[in-house]
Write a protein that binds this ligand. Structure first.
Ligand code: 5RP
Length: 242
């Protein structure tokens, strides 16, 4: 089913425009495509479904970054594979929670950050699709925390040590469906680290320290990996920033 743009809220219209513009430009016949997660990516799946159906796109194979994205791709009749079968990808397209002017992104609002980073890393090119609310001058303007996937065994210790080394505060993400921690597709927990919004843009150092901490699987900081970002605005325009 195609979502009629008029039925959508303004923010969903923007998400759809960004997803369709990026899909049209970067997904070519025969593309080995990494498909991110989240509500913006859902519109990318919609674009792929219709491009394949109307014959304008052929032989695309998709590597999803989450259980839900896999489900959407399968329901759309698209060809789904994984990194075991297709370890090298041409393009990966994903959403983001915030993107700053140097293309440093926070991702993982939906809890899929580890698989998203693995699939992004397998791709030659990584493009971000987002509505205008994700475009910020400085990380922390709207989205106040960095999601961090952790081994359950280490979670309580990390809830103490992350704020000690990085400042701010840390919270174990709880599930909205069950009375317990949110569990990732990798059977891990998520710690949401709320950082001081006045901190300097030392994100590479933060990433390095966190990545070297035992028990941390991955962070939602994506640094120096984005090729371009498609932002869509309320006036209906879409801008690709390179
Ligand atoms: C999920 C993600 C998403 O890409 C991010 O949360 C943006 O989601 P949405 O498109 O729903 O705003 O990183 O882990």
């Amino acid at each position: 089913m195609v979502s009629t743009t008029n039925e959508l809220s303004p923010i969903d219209q923007a998400k759809k425009k960004a997803a369709f513009a990026c899909g049209k430009k970067y997904v070519e016949n025969g593309c080995r495509l990494g498909v991110g997660s989240g509500s913006t990516v859902k519109f990318l799946v919609e674009y792929l479904k219709h491009a394949v159906k109307d014959g304008s796109l052929k032989d695309v194979v998709c590597v999803p970054t989450s259980y839900l994205t896999r489900r959407w791709l399968l329901d759309a009749g698209l060809t789904v594979t994984d990194l075991d079968v297709t370890p090298e990808l041409d393009v990966c397209i994903d959403g983001a929670d915030e993107v700053d002017p140097s293309f440093t992104c926070i991702k993982g609002g939906g809890g899929c950050l580890a698989r998203e980073k693995i699939v992004q890393n397998a791709a030659k090119k990584f493009h971000v699709i987002a509505d205008h609310s994700k475009e910020v001058k400085k990380l922390g303007e709207n989205f106040k925390f960095v999601p961090i996937e952790v081994l359950p065994f280490a979670a309580q210790a990390l809830l103490k040590t992350i704020p000690q080394s990085e400042g701010g505060s840390a919270e174990l993400r709880m599930s909205k469906q069950v009375c317990g921690p949110a569990i990732t597709d990798n059977n891990n927990f998520i710690i949401d680290w709320t950082f001081d919004k006045n901190r300097h843009g030392d994100w590479k150092e933060v990433q390095q320290r966190l990545a070297n901490t035992p028990g941390i699987v991955e962070t939602g900081l994506f640094i120096d990996v984005v090729e371009s970002v498609f932002f869509a605005y309320d006036d209906g325009s879409v801008k690709e920033i390179l």
